[in-house]
Design a protein. Structure first.
Length: 178
């Protein structure tokens, strides 16, 4: 059968194909870059940990595709082009947006999500994959950071990779934290 990665690839490329040929080409290139970046690491494991880091909770293998798609539908532009989205969520009505705008003005903090393009979405995944690779292969320029991560490898603390992937992609002041 198809791996989770294959299913996600078909899903994302299928969306890109509905948008335009140019978009499909860009997305194909980004996908290739993603797989190359993972460099032999299990892409299914990566996607599970990446999705966990986005949702800040554990995502099981059996729930990976469903959780990833839910996140995708909430965060990517033009998802209403996908039959699957319409089936699950119905058409996006203009009226819904107006109501949301009114609510937003009343709220101190806007909880609405700024949707991003399919290529921006994939670029974020490629960036996370590059950090994931550094975590799994201890390839950070900072040797102290590599040592700290090696300690996590030694105790098989894989859940901490999820946190690290998120943390290191935020480009925090890492020096102070260590």
């Amino acid at each position: 059968g198809l791996s989770a990665t294959d299913i996600l690839k078909n899903f994302i490329l299928g969306h890109a194909a509905k948008l335009s040929d140019e978009k499909l080409e860009v997305v194909k290139e980004l996908w290739t870059k993603l797989i190359t970046t993972l460099d032999g690491n299990s892409s299914d494991d990566f996607f599970r940990q990446y999705t966990s880091s986005l949702l800040t909770r554990k995502v099981t293998k059996s729930k990976l595709i469903e959780e990833f798609k839910k996140h995708y539908f909430k965060n990517v532009k033009e998802v209403d082009q996908l039959g699957e989205f319409l089936y699950a969520y119905g058409p996006l009505n203009e009226e819904d947006y107006e109501e949301d705008d009114i609510i937003e003005e009343n709220e101190e903090e806007s909880s609405s999500i700024e949707r991003i393009s399919i290529d921006e979405f994939l670029q974020k995944i490629v960036k996370a994959a590059s950090i994931y690779k550094k975590i799994t292969h201890l390839k950070f320029e900072d040797s102290k950071l590599n040592q700290r991560i090696k300690d996590l490898h030694d105790i098989k603390s894989f859940p901490s990779y999820i946190f690290l992937m998120h943390y290191l992609s935020e480009d925090h002041q890492r020096k102070e934290a260590l």
